[in-house]
Design a protein around this ligand. Structure first.
Ligand code: 6GU
Length: 249
């Protein structure tokens, strides 16, 4: 359950606070931000540097390439961010080393009071400060980004759209990919016959123009299953296992 203690609050710790709200200031999420459904507090990690060079990173112990973010600096930033909000918040460090972000975790975050996101640059963050704050390490996929900021935006995009009153009636959640554990069926709109650049007439599947709602639903379900089997055998197996245990949603 969302709390009644004010809007869902995102605190983002970053060396590039000017990257925010960025795309999250537009469209659906931007309107929700203006309406006070959620709040975004981008905080500059460098404000917590203590030496005269304002350094936030140092060379890795044991050698190797790149630089590591200092535990004392990150600790100070986390301390200030945690004290700026009312109750406890999950603290998430965006890193390709993390557990993959999934829709179920996104749903739980949306049901909570908010989140504190830590964005790293360089090779990473000193492990001790992550351990000390019981930080959840999260990845958004098997590829490497240059920093956690765009990953934080992805996490916030996915989460904020689930907050009450962000989506309009038209954007129903019930059919979309992952909400039922299946990828979504394909979509079509007018014109019913469209000619592509090679001169091929491309027709909309007959069933969709038949006006037969039962057959449409059946076709869409078949398509969703076929696409899931072909593209995401991992998801398909997961579903099969859930069904065996009688845990289907
Ligand atoms: Cl969360 N951060 C970075 N820097 N790279 C990533 C990532 C996160 N997820 C996938 N690649």
């Amino acid at each position: 359950m969302a709390t009644d203690a004010g809007p869902w609050q995102a605190s983002v710790l970053t060396l590039f606070p000017e990257m925010f709200p960025g795309p999250l200031g537009m469209s659906l999420h931007g309107r929700a931000l203006e309406r006070g459904i959620w709040g975004l507090d981008a905080r500059d990690i460098r404000a917590h540097a203590t030496d005269r060079h304002r350094s936030v990173d140092d060379e890795p112990f044991g050698g190797g390439p790149g630089m590591v973010m200092r535990p004392d600096v990150v600790d100070s930033a986390l301390h200030e961010a945690a004290n700026a909000v009312d109750g406890p918040r999950p603290i998430i460090y965006l890193t390709p080393r993390g557990r993959p972000l999934e829709q179920a975790r996104v749903r739980d975050l949306a049901d909570g009071p908010g989140v504190i996101l830590l964005c790293g640059r360089y090779e990473g963050v000193d492990q001790r400060v992550l351990d000390a704050w019981d930080v959840e390490e999260t990845s958004i996929g098997d590829y490497v980004l240059s920093g956690g900021e765009t990953a934080a935006m992805v996490l916030l995009d996915a989460t904020v759209r689930l907050l009450p009153d962000v989506l309009g009636q038209a954007d129903s959640l019930s059919d979309e990919s992952f909400e039922r554990g299946l990828l979504e069926y394909p979509h079509y709109t007018r014109p019913a016959c469209w000619t592509d650049r090679q001169g091929n007439d491309r027709l909309v599947p007959d069933v969709l123009t038949s006006g037969h709602h039962g057959r449409v639903a059946e076709w869409r379900n078949e398509q969703a299953e076929k696409i899931t089997r072909e593209r995401r055998p991992d998801l398909w197996r997961q579903l099969a296992e859930q069904d065996e245990k009688g845990q289907g949603r």
